[in-house]
Design a protein around this ligand. Sequence first.
Ligand SMILES: Nc1ncnc2c1ncn2[C@@H]1O[C@H](COP(=O)(O)OP(=O)(O)OP(=O)(O)O)[C@@H](O)[C@H]1O
Ligand SMILES: CC(C)(CO)[C@@H](O)C(=O)NCCC(=O)O
Length: 478
Amino acid sequence: MDLRDGQTQQILDPNQPTHVYHLALDIGGSLAKLVYFTKDDNHLVDGEEGIFHRKTLQKSNGHKQYPVILKFLHLILNSGSQPQENPGSQPIAVKATGGGAYKYADVFKERLGIILDKEDEMDCLVAGANFLLEGAVRFSPDLIEFCKAFSQELLLQFSVNNSRVFILKHLDNFHVVHQEAFTYMGDQKQFVQIDRNDLYPYLLVNIGSGVGMIKVEGEGKFERVSGTSIGGGTFWGLGKLLTKCKSFDELLELSYRGNNRAVDMLVGDTYGGMDYSKIGLSSTAIASSFGKAISDNREREDYKPEDIARSLLRMISNNIGQISYLNALRFGLKRIFFGGFFIRKHPFTMDTLSVAVNFCKWILNFASLACPDSFWVARRVLAVGKCSVAMMQECLIRLLSMLASGEAKAMFLRHEGFLGAVGSFMSSDKHGLKELLANEVVPRSPSKLSFAVDKILRSLPDGEFNGDESIECSVYAA
Ligand SMILES: Nc1ncnc2c1ncn2[C@@H]1O[C@H](COP(=O)(O)OP(=O)(O)OP(=O)(O)O)[C@@H](O)[C@H]1O
Ligand SMILES: CC(C)(CO)[C@@H](O)C(=O)NCCC(=O)O
């Protein structure tokens, strides 16, 4: 669909009377995410938040919307080397973001005649996060009307490599996003009402394959302030090597059952079971992740895979939490929002990130109390060179006020993994959704895109791609 020149086209499953009116993609290093609108009154799933509904997706009726999308994208990203004939002379544009919007641009164009209309990844992440955190209040009236016309919104994600599919949620009206942010600590989840006048500035930490840390000051106003390559890709990659798990879910599942103490070296291990209270470390604090594995007489096989998975998850989450906190401190930001598909609403991951933020806060607090003359720190840093006295003073004032107020809270997002895709979707707003509203509410004849999909489906031998059954699916109803 090309929204820029006002021409809108629907994606029509040739076998189903259901239309996808508007879609956007976020193709990342590990996963691709798709957001689309469809007009169908059947709700896909009923259930509690975060629960997987594998069976729901395996039924063949009641969820007419997605098979064509799955087939469509599966074909694009996994099909063999035979290019498909472009069914029309006019190319079709689809909004896309993430590295894959560049990497797969030729594949999309050659196989389906689809031009990926690229949007910058960070722009989209921030736009998606702002939209979800503010509610949809910044949607234009046209788009709100458009959304109201539809009973359902679907967010769908699938893995580039193994066609794993997640339908995240459906909403009655996309323009109302309730309770997006929540805190998670010690098994307690608490939704936080965000006052949109008090949202900015905040730190957005997106934990995808890698981890991006972005200071967000408003709409389109942001800066990447930090990042780390030790992220979701590291957890899944190293985990695969160390435990021989075949899927991310398996690794996550293993980590539920493990005990990191079997692998990590704790303070108590080095201090004969005692705390190192002089510097504020309890005996159960991790002194060295994976440190116990240095033991001479034990091989990898001697450690349980679940303990390794647990230790790995904790190491990576701790590290991200600590770097995030220090960056929040660096810029005086009181909220840290964690997003990205690494989190997967996993309680242990969220708890570890929160604990890491708080632990870091506590340790710094401890250090500042243990050092009554705070300017001692300044003198030390100045001795190394690099920054002026004024800068250092400001830095210290900020640091101390943050410590005193006990701010910089870790928060999580219900749509954690879809920030970029939502932002990419939203970018279409710029390109005339009025037209879309005017043209698309009344179903039209199949579009070029429909013909393209139809043609490809027809060209498949029977059973080669058996829709829902051939894809292992999971559904969240949030
Ligand atoms: N089913 C899954 N398969 C693979 N990885 C998964 C799965 N579910 C969650 N993950 C985790 O999510 C991470 C990818 O998160 P996300 O989709 O937010 O990032 P991305 O867009 O692929 O990466 P990047 O933005 O760095 O290019 C993976 O590296 C892995 O840790
Ligand atoms: C390179 C990207 C932006 C690709 O999505 C992401 O994986 C990332 O933010 N990685 C962390 C790299 C860094 O900021 O140090």
